[in-house]
Design a protein around this ligand. Sequence first.
Ligand SMILES: Nc1ncnc2c1ncn2[C@@H]1O[C@H](COP(=O)(O)OP(=O)(O)OP(=O)(O)O)[C@@H](O)[C@H]1O
Ligand SMILES: [Mg+2]
Length: 225
Amino acid sequence: MIILENIVKTFTDGDKNLEILKNISIKIETGKKVAIIGPSGSGKTTLLSIMSGLDKPSSGRVIIDGIDIHTLSENDMSVFRNKKISIIFQSFELIQFFTAYENAMLPLSIRNSRNKEEVNQVLEKVGLTNRKHNMPSTLSGGEQQRVSIARAVLAGSDIIFADEPTGNLDSVNGKKVLELLLEVVKKTNKTFVIITHDMNIARQMDIIYSMEDGILKKLIQENLI
Ligand SMILES: Nc1ncnc2c1ncn2[C@@H]1O[C@H](COP(=O)(O)OP(=O)(O)OP(=O)(O)O)[C@@H](O)[C@H]1O
Ligand SMILES: [Mg+2]
């Protein structure tokens, strides 16, 4: 279970304090699929960075499976993240001197269980078989996004956080790749949090939250249909 308790995030801009996240408290049960929608600049990525331990809240706590993650040392945090969490970033965060294949298999090599066939299968499903030996700089934005989705699918972690994972894809590829992601998420009962502007995607989740100006509200599914 993921628990956010009174999360506040402020950034200083010159002599002004900007409150980007305003006292956010939610609970996400293990295995639930959650969408976060909301306008640009409302704080969605900031919240995801705090939930995944990449950024610290100004106050409040993030508790994942009983662990207050922001009290972990840097080293313990990265061990915890490698084991538990996969993140599909809005910007792809691929390692520039590795090929698409090497980037996709990275979580497997961290775990010392190199299964070539599995990597190839997933790369085929995201439509990258012909591009797998390319370096990220020679891939389009959408292709890089598909590598990062393949990486998350292969990682085998309990939790996937995805920040606009299909934002750079055309609708056909977006749909295909999202189907793969959801199939894996459902089959392995992962906890899944997706930031999306696409209501068709949001509607497929168990719970939809809307972020507006740093305030997170739960939307009742029935009201949307
Ligand atoms: N390091 C930072 N310093 C100062 N302000 C920041 C910083 N990071 C984010 N912000 C501000 O916080 C606000 C929320 O940013 P965030 O990236 O969380 O928005 P978002 O909801 O993900 O938007 P989008 O849909 O465009 O990705 C924005 O106004 C942004 O400029
Ligand atoms: Mg964002």
